[in-house]
Design a protein around this ligand. Sequence first.
Ligand SMILES: Cc1cc2nc3c(=O)[nH]c(=O)nc-3n(C[C@H](O)[C@H](O)[C@H](O)COP(=O)(O)OP(=O)(O)OC[C@H]3O[C@@H](n4cnc5c(N)ncnc54)[C@H](O)[C@@H]3O)c2cc1C
Length: 449
Amino acid sequence: MSGTGRHPTLGELSRGQMPEGARLAFRPYWWDAAPRPEPDAMPLPERADVVVIGSGFTGLSAALTLVRNGRVPLVLEREVPGFGASTRNGGQIGSGNQKFRVQHLIALRGAEKARAMLREGVAMLDYIADLVAREQIACDFARCGRFRGAIRPAHYEAMARDMEDLFAFAGVESFMVPRAEQHREIGSDLFHGGSVLPGDASLHPGRYHAGLMARILAAGGAVIGGAGVTGIRVEPDGFSLATPRGAVRCRAVIVATNGYTDGMLPELKRRIVPVGSGLIATGEIPSALFKPLMPTDRVYGNTNRVFSYFRAAPGERRIVWGGRVGRLASDRSPAAYAHLARDLLETFPALSDVPVTHGWDGRIGYTYDEVPHLGRTRQGVHYALGYCGTGVSRATYFGHKVALQVLGAPQGRTAFDDLAFPAFPVHPVAKRAVPVVETWYRLRDTYDF
Ligand SMILES: Cc1cc2nc3c(=O)[nH]c(=O)nc-3n(C[C@H](O)[C@H](O)[C@H](O)COP(=O)(O)OP(=O)(O)OC[C@H]3O[C@@H](n4cnc5c(N)ncnc54)[C@H](O)[C@@H]3O)c2cc1C
């Protein structure tokens, strides 16, 4: 592509350059196939059965479970439906178990609890696979497996031990790929070998979100955008929710706001710190160049503390590449994405002339103990949030479970129910410190200390 209106190449973007007339779409690539619906201007109902606050995977999964059990959920969303992380993520699906180092989890929680949590992680992955099949959601779901490249030899050894523990404790199958053989998994010499979790999966986040929403609407539920909840008041027969479009009274409330949690419930706000994550999407890559890069078509990541995650877009020769961003407000300048282009080129140096079409970011919800939480606040409001960056399966599963808890069903129990949900000791400081901490971790990744 050349001339006015072309996209910047990875090489240009990596140097923070935007040639005259070049353009980058500052929105999720996934929205091309699944555009966001316009916010709804219709009046809000004065009364509802269960109100779900937040329209990502947690909120929609909860609403779907409610509607399939004969209830009539109303999902209220501050922005357009699906505005949050659920349509902005990398579409990589794991059990969440890769977040925990098994021995560390055992040391913290004890062997029995650790085993229950790890096994439930596997159940989360199976749940989303079953849901997509049962509801016939066309979202390119595939059990493609995950390759995680070791940035240092010591990371390879540590991963191998962790994979053995994961098998012993949760029956998770995996295999290690030594450096000498890694080209059968990835066309890069950056790594010192890696691990493969064959059961991990991928999907198109925009199409998955659209599919969930379509099922809820078809079954009689409602999802209304432009209806942010600003306050929750306890009433004798339930709750009254304040919104700029009027109050809604309901019997039960589920908060599903994760990394976008605001001051609506201070009790939850103190327990979540939003962390930015950003992605770029390349244009179509010529076949000869693309084929050797990801021959097994898995989802990919590395072992850095500030890690990269990447994959091909479903059925395309286009790479979607993600990593952390230090700032939270979307910075609509190419410079905000230069480090992602640099990281991509470090892994696949031959791609410097490939165009970059999209750049976007979103908010991950971090908890102090790096464990997701579901439960009820002191006033009886249900919540599920805090997936720490692994939320495609966890949010879907937690949404389902919290809905079952609203229904009072014993199947709603989880291994996460009785975990204390710690607040960040100095929340405003923790929130502001995120960019500093990330820079520190990047330095540690670079100089290995
Ligand atoms: C860039 C990025 C990449 C990621 N990649 C992956 C990945 O590859 N694999 C993976 O497993 N996970 C990934 N994640 C994490 C995953 O996307 C999230 O954990 C998951 O989508 C969370 O879903 P959710 O429904 O809980 O929250 P969200 O999807 O963030 O939805 C929360 C919604 O609540 C709304 N809201 C907030 N406050 C209010 C209010 N007061 N009233 C009404 N609405 C409100 C927000 O507008 C938002 O739409 C990624 C996250 C990001 C940001």
